[in-house]
Design a protein around this ligand. Structure first.
Ligand SMILES: NC(=O)c1ccc[n+]([C@@H]2O[C@H](COP(=O)([O-])OP(=O)(O)OC[C@H]3O[C@@H](n4cnc5c(N)ncnc54)[C@H](OP(=O)(O)O)[C@@H]3O)[C@@H](O)[C@H]2O)c1
Length: 323
C-alpha cells in the first residue's frame, strides 16, 4: 500500500474485506475495465483490524479515500452464528461504525455497504423487498449478525438526515464464485456441494445431498454482483438499500444446482438425496424489481456458466482454497 498525502485527484476507492469472495470479484471486474479517474485500494484484515477505532482511523489517514466499498464483516454459517451471536453483533457493529464514522470525518463522498437477505424478518410475506428490512425480528439463529447489518441502514439514514451524506447499502442474495469458502460445515450451499462432489469423484464414493433438493433459492454469481456493486458506486443515488439479485423467475432448486455441479465436474458416480435431513425453508424469494427499474437490460451470467467457472477455479486452486 502506498501513502497518499497529495491533494485528491480523481476517485480513490477503498474496498474493505477485499480478500473475500465478493472483494476478489470486485478486484477482477475493476481490473478488466479500468477507468482513468478511479484508483482502487484493496484491503483485508492484514492491513487494518476494522474493529479497532485506532487502526481504522490510521487506514483512512493513510489513503484519504473519496469512496468506500465496505465488505468487511464477520460472516459464517448456522452453527458459527448460533455459538457466537454476541461476537457477530459486536465485531460487525464496531467495524461498521468505525468505517462509516471515519468516512464522514474524511469527507468521503459515497460509501456502499453490504447487507444480506438473511437479515430480513423471520415472519414475512414474499417476495421480500427493500422496504421490509425492519418489519420484525430476524431469525433467532443469527440475531447478532442481522441486527448489526440492519443498523448500517439506520446509520446511513442518520448521516443523510444530519449531514446530507449519501451513504447507501446493497442487499445481495446467496453469492457464489471463485475464492468462496468451500468448507463443508461453515460454507454456503453451492461451495459445499462442489467440495462434496470433488471428494466423491476423488474417492469413488457417492455424492450425498442433504434433503430432497426441492427448496428454491436465488443465487448470484460473484462476478455479476461485482459489476452491480460498481454500478451502485458510480450511478445509484439513493440512501435506501437496493436488492442485488436475479429475478423471482430465476429461482432454482437445490437439485438443479447439484445437477449443474455434477455436469461441471463430469461426475458419473452415485447421487443420493438424504431425505432424513431437513430441507430448511422451502423458499425465501426476494424481489429485484427495484434493480430492474434502474437496469432493465442487465444480463446475469447463466447458472451453468457461473457454476462451471467456479468449479474450474476450485479444481485449479484446490490446495489453497478455503475448505
Ligand atoms: N457470501 C454471501 O453469500 C453473502 C451474501 C450476502 C451478503 N454478503 C456480505 O458480503 C460481504 C463480503 O462477504 P464475503 O462472502 O466476501 O465474505 P468473506 O469471503 O468471508 O470475506 C470477509 C472479508 O472481511 C474481512 N474481515 C473480517 N474481519 C475483519 C476485521 N476485523 N477487520 C478487517 N477486515 C475483516 C476479511 O479479511 P481477512 O481475509 O483478512 O480475514 C475478508 O476480506 C459481507 O459484508 C457479507 O456480509 C455475503
Amino acid at each position: 500500500m502506498s501513502t497518499d498525502k497529495k491533494p485528491r485527484q480523481g476517485k480513490v476507492i477503498l474496498v474493505t474485506g477485499s480478500s473475500g469472495l465478493v472483494g476478489k470479484a470486485i478486484q477482477k471486474v475493476a481490473e478488466e475495465d479500468p477507468r482513468p479517474d478511479e484508483r482502487f485500494v484493496f484491503i483485508s484484515s492484514k492491513d487494518a483490524d476494522l474493529t479497532s477505532a485506532a487502526e481504522t482511523a490510521a487506514l483512512f489517514e493513510k489513503h484519504h479515500p473519496t469512496h468506500v466499498i465496505h465488505l468487511a464483516a464477520m460472516v459464517g454459517g448456522l452453527f458459527r452464528n448460533l455459538k457466537y451471536n454476541l461476537d457477530f453483533w459486536r465485531n460487525n457493529s464496531l467495524m461498521n461504525d468505525n468505517v462509516l464514522h471515519n468516512a464522514h470525518l474524511h469527507d468521503v463522498e459515497k460509501v456502499v455497504s453490504c447487507l444480506s437477505t438473511c437479515i430480513f424478518p423471520d415472519k414475512t410475506t414474499y417476495p421480500i423487498d427493500e422496504t421490509m428490512i425492519h418489519n420484525g425480528p430476524p431469525h433467532d439463529s443469527n440475531f447478532g449478525y442481522a441486527y448489526a447489518k440492519r443498523m448500517i441502514d439506520v446509520q446511513n439514514k442518520g448521516y443523510f438526515v444530519q449531514h446530507k451524506r449519501r451513504y447507501t447499502s446493497v442487499i445481495p442474495t446467496n453469492v457464489f464464485g471463485p475464492h468462496d469458502n468451500f468448507n463443508l460445515e461453515d460454507g454456503h450451499v453451492i461451495p459445499g456441494l462442489m467440495n462434496k462432489v470433488y471428494n466423491a469423484k476423488k474417492d469413488g464414493t457417492p455424492f450425498t445431498i442433504w434433503g430432497t433438493g426441492a427448496p428454491l433459492r436465488q443465487f448470484i454469481y460473484s462476478i455479476d454482483l461485482a459489476r452491480l456493486f460498481l454500478w451502485v458506486l458510480r450511478e445509484y443515488d439513493e440512501v435506501d438499500p437496493i436488492i442485488l439479485s436475479v429475478g423471482e423467475e430465476d429461482e432454482v432448486s437445490i437439485k438443479e444446482v447439484a445437477e449443474n455441479i455434477i455436469k461441471a465436474f463430469n461426475f458419473t458416480g452415485e447421487v443420493i438425496y438424504d431425505t432424513s435431513k431437513s430441507d430448511g425453508q422451502f423458499k425465501k424469494t426476494a424481489s429485484n424489481a427495484k434493480l430492474r427499474k434502474y437496469l432493465p437490460d442487465f444480463k446475469f451470467t447463466p447458472l451453468e456458466t457461473a457454476v462451471k467457472e467456479t468449479v474450474d477455479w476450485f479444481t485449479e486452486n484446490y490446495e489453497t482454497a478455503r475448505k
